[in-house]
Design a protein. Structure first.
Length: 147
């Protein structure tokens, strides 16, 4: 009777152990499912963070492109303004030239026949030196005329 009792206790303990093992496997499977779900959630969060970074980088690049475009437009506007100023100066010069009095023959002579005011470049020292030959100086030319 004791061996049957021992067998029965042993069978019950074996069944208990099987039940505990089954329970442990179920808990392990649940833990594995939770881990997989957490991993998927972490991947999803990581994906969202990367997408946000990508959007931020795209916005930054767009701002840079807009700034480049604005700078280029400003440069072009400045260049157009410069060209317009030059054209305006040319127009004014042309207008002045058109409105300048026309000189007639004899206008080159100043009052009382004095040509020094009508031709100031003839009396300038730089033009008198331009006509010199060799190492002659103006003082030598005026002090002793060639013989």
């Amino acid at each position: 009777a004791s061996s049957t009792n021992l067998e029965s206790t042993s069978i019950m303990k074996a069944q208990e152990l099987r039940d505990k093992a089954k329970e442990a496997r179920a808990e392990a499977a649940e833990a594995m499912e939770r881990a997989i779900a957490l991993k998927a959630q972490a991947e999803e969060e990581k994906k969202k963070v990367l997408e946000a970074k990508l959007e931020e980088e795209q916005r930054r690049l767009q701002v840079i492109e807009e700034a480049k475009k604005t700078l280029l437009e400003a440069k072009e506007a400045k260049e157009k303004e410069r060209i317009q100023r030059v054209a305006e100066k040319a127009k004014m010069t042309k207008k002045k030239a058109k409105n300048a009095p026309v000189k007639k023959k004899g206008d080159d002579v100043g009052p009382s026949g004095d040509t020094s005011t009508a031709f100031p470049f003839l009396s300038s020292p730089s033009s008198s030196k331009a006509g010199l030959k060799g190492k002659e100086t103006p003082s030598k030319m005026t002090s002793s005329p060639p013989k």
